[in-house]
Design a protein around this ligand. Structure first.
Ligand code: GDP
Ligand code: MG
Ligand code: K
Length: 295
């Protein structure tokens, strides 16, 4: 008996550090599995694609969960988030078992209601008091009409099959949208920028009072490998030393870790140059935001 194929977009949202990236990477199976677009165009930023016998899960990144921005940035980000979540088929709201903070609560008004939002309770492996789980889940379920709750450990790969099953049930019937073999130049550049951004947030995300943007300004391939220049755009002079760290230690680490990931992604040698530019007030100028790709 043949089973219909299902394909759809899945957003993973949650406050920083709940394990979104770990979950996405574990589900997708490798650090990066981007993909060329087969037919449909999409406004989503594709994080990665998991294709199985009967389903294709397209995981999308939802920008804008750094809620410390003010002004135009915040308004634009809320719009971006609301729109992005309205467009996807399933939303995974990831929380950390036993923990609930203002950062988690802030997302509630942005989550779609109805059958598409699942509560994913991650890090169950680290929960000391397993008996507290029921009360914890009940409390959160009362705050939003989630379609289901799935406890998982992204790190240990526990209950992920169950999670994918819950997601699969909610994907619309349709052909695969992505060809998971080929890499497009555009998506690769985008991921390269995201890799740098990810390292920045890992290392100094808590210290940077405003966001920063990474722009790939140079991309030259030759037989030795690929030369990439990545520019980190920050809002103020004072953000530069935060990014640099003592003796440039932070920048060295950001560049080195991003380069290693890029080499894995591209499967060739990468010569990566990372530098910082200050663009004053950019987070409050919608024009500048657009120019930097936040349309
Ligand atoms: P994100 O900010 O939501 O993308 O979170 P990350 O994926 O970067 O994870 C934040 C931290 O939580 C990292 O140190 C992860 O190793 C850790 N982490 C993620 N998932 C789990 C899990 O299932 N169990 C445990 N114990 N730690 C986890
Ligand atoms: Mg992350
Ligand atoms: K991410």
């Amino acid at each position: 008996m043949s089973q219909a194929f299902h394909c759809g977009f899945v957003a993973i949202v949650g406050r920083p550090n709940v394990g979104k990236s770990t979950l996405a990477n574990t589900l997708i199976g490798s650090k990066i599995s981007i993909v060329s677009r087969k037919a449909q165009t999409t406004r989503h930023r594709i994080h990665g694609v998991l294709t199985r016998e009967h389903e294709q899960f397209v995981f999308v990144d939802t920008p804008g969960f750094q809620t410390r921005h003010g002004g135009a940035m915040n308004r634009m980000m809320n719009r971006v988030v609301t729109q992005a979540l309205a467009d996807v088929d399933v939303v995974l709201h990831v929380v950390e078992a036993g923990k609930w903070s203002a950062g988690d609560a802030q997302l509630l008004p942005l989550l779609p209601k109805g059958d598409k939002t699942l509560l994913v309770v991650n890090k169950v492996d680290a929960l000391k008091d397993k008996n507290a789980m029921f009360a914890y889940v009940s409390k959160i379920m009362a705050l939003h009409p989630y379609a289901a709750v799935v406890p998982v450990s992204a790190l240990r790969g526990v209950q992920l099959e169950n999670l994918l099953g819950e997601v699969a049930k909610r994907l619309p019937e349709g052909e695969a949208m992505f060809d998971t073999e080929a890499l497009t130049d555009r998506s690769v550049r985008f991921i390269a920028a995201e890799l740098v951004r990810e390292k920045i947030f890992r290392l100094v995300g808590d210290e940077l009072p405003y966001g920063c943007t990474v722009v790939i300004e140079q991309w030259e391939e030759n037989d030795k490998g690929v030369r990439i220049a990545a520019c980190i755009v920050v809002e103020r002079e004072t953000h530069k030393p935060i990014l640099l760290g003592t003796g440039g230690a932070h920048m060295k680490r950001i560049a080195s870790e991003a380069r290693q990931d890029m080499e894995k992604l591209l499967d060739k040698s990468v010569f990566l140059d990372v530098y910082i530019k200050v663009r004053k007030g950019w987070s409050d100028r919608e024009g500048a935001l657009r120019e930097l790709g936040y349309e």
